[in-house]
Design a binder for this molecule. Structure first.
Ligand code: ADP
Length: 399
């Protein structure tokens, strides 16, 4: 390499380093609180430092109603240094604060002038200097959503529990009234035990779902053989398939593994198999196929059943949502199966995809991060080696 080439290389390196440094400086500048001047007023340095450290959207508003400094997260609300306050509700709050009032108000604000996205916020304006007002806006939207979810869950759960509990009470009364008629007593008792079963399944599912929703992390994590998950889901529903006249077939790759909780995954795939059978006609087929694609294990449960209308395809994963009310109740459905599947899979860092067409059938595909086959310690016969054990992959031992 001659000196001209060396000089060119040095120049190029210099340019790259310079550009990188400017980018870093630019990013650092953007993350800081933004400050603008309003006439003669200046935001005190300490206030700017506090703004910089704030998670909430906050702004210092000058005497002319112009924003003078903002916290880094104020942009989502359209608060910008040098610009007037966009929201009339916030302008009112600032005006009141100038006359000494400091109240926290709960407001619903649009995210931007053109936006249809409204956010629930708690806003408070306080005078911090002769002519400066500090405005703090806390976004309560997520909190409100969680509260609504909790509220709906309790309301739905009590509604769902009322039906079997009511039926059990009525049947118990009927048995008492029919005490002298053994045939009737037998019939009522059979129905009573069916309702009790249903109640047991429903409470079991509610508990599973709340467990899945409550914990952020899985507690029982290990290497999970997908072969075992699929075999268990199929075995657990063989009787249901038989009595529904549906053929269960398994296909695809073997010997694949994921990290996670085997029991939770067995239940999730089992729920998909149970649905596939329940929503399929006699004489049809339900297939469970497995494959690995680009670091992901796909378990696809396919049926030739009634299918799901496009409008319902997103909603079927919601708790207690049933696309086909009558059929779901007839088959003892709780409307919780798919919700459990969705939470179970997302706890494993995966997702569930759905393809469906009414009267053609559905395919639910569980996608999970593929993991290496586990290394199993196999004791070695004394003669062959002095070492106690040899590592061999689980794949070798598989069929
Ligand atoms: P359920 O216990 O009612 O089956 P799920 O949460 O498992 O509750 O399913 C929600 C709804 O999605 C069902 O009520 C049904 O309408 C629809 N659904 C689920 N799986 C299928 C399927 N394989 N084919 C057709 N519809 C289905």
């Amino acid at each position: 390499m001659d000196t001209t080439q060396l000089a060119l290389l040095a120049l190029l390196l210099g340019a790259i380093i310079g550009a990188g440094a400017s980018l870093i400086l630019f990013a650092a500048f953007r993350a800081r609180a933004r400050v603008a001047r309003d006439a003669v007023d200046v935001v005190p340095e300490g206030v700017t430092a506090v703004l910089e450290a704030m998670d909430d959207a906050a702004a210092v508003v000058g005497p002319s109603g112009v924003v003078m400094a903002t916290s880094p997260s104020a942009a989502w609300l359209g608060l910008e240094a040098g610009e007037p306050l966009e929201h009339g509700e916030l302008r009112d709050l600032v005006r009141n604060a100038r006359s000494g009032a400091t109240e926290t108000e709960t407001l619903r604000l649009q995210r931007g002038r053109m936006s249809t996205d409204s956010r629930l916020v708690a806003a408070r304006a306080t005078r911090i200097a002769e002519r400066l007002i500090l405005l703090i806006v806390r976004d309560l939207t997520e909190q409100e959503r969680l509260e609504q979810m909790r509220h709906d869950f309790i309301a739905n759960t009590s509604h769902e529990l009322k039906t079997p509990v009511g039926a059990i009470t009525l049947l118990a009364e009927a048995i008492e009234l029919a005490a002298d008629d053994p045939a009737q007593v037998r019939a009522f008792t059979a129905r009573l035990s069916a309702e009790a079963d249903r109640l047991g399944r429903l409470t079991g599912r509610i508990m599973n779902l709340s467990r899945l929703q409550a914990a952020d992390e899985l507690t029982e994590v290990g290497d999970v053989a997908i072969d075992e998950v699929v075999a268990s889901a199929i075995e657990a529903h063989a009787v249901q398939a038989d009595s529904a006249g549906v053929e269960l077939v398994r296909g695809g790759e073997r010997g694949l593994y994921v990290r996670g909780d085997a029991q939770i995954l067995k239940e999730a795939v089992g729920n998909l198999v149970a649905n596939a059978i329940a929503y399929s006609p006699r004489g049809s087929r339900v297939g469970v196929g497995v494959r690995a694609v680009e670091g992901v294990v796909e378990i696809a449960v396919t049926d030739q059943g009634i299918g799901i209308a496009e409008a319902d395809q997103q909603r079927v994963f919601e708790r207690f949502y049933r696309a086909d009310q009558a059929r779901s109740r007839r088959t003892g459905g709780s409307g919780l199966g798919l919700s459990i599947v969705k939470h179970a899979v997302s706890r494993h860092g995966g997702e569930v995809r759905l393809w469906s067409q009414p009267d053609r059938g559905s395919t639910f595909t569980v996608r999970l991060p593929l993991s290496e086959a586990p290394v199993i310690e196999v004791p070695v016969k004394k003669k062959r080696s002095a070492k106690a054990a040899v590592a061999t992959t689980a794949k070798k031992g598989r069929v």
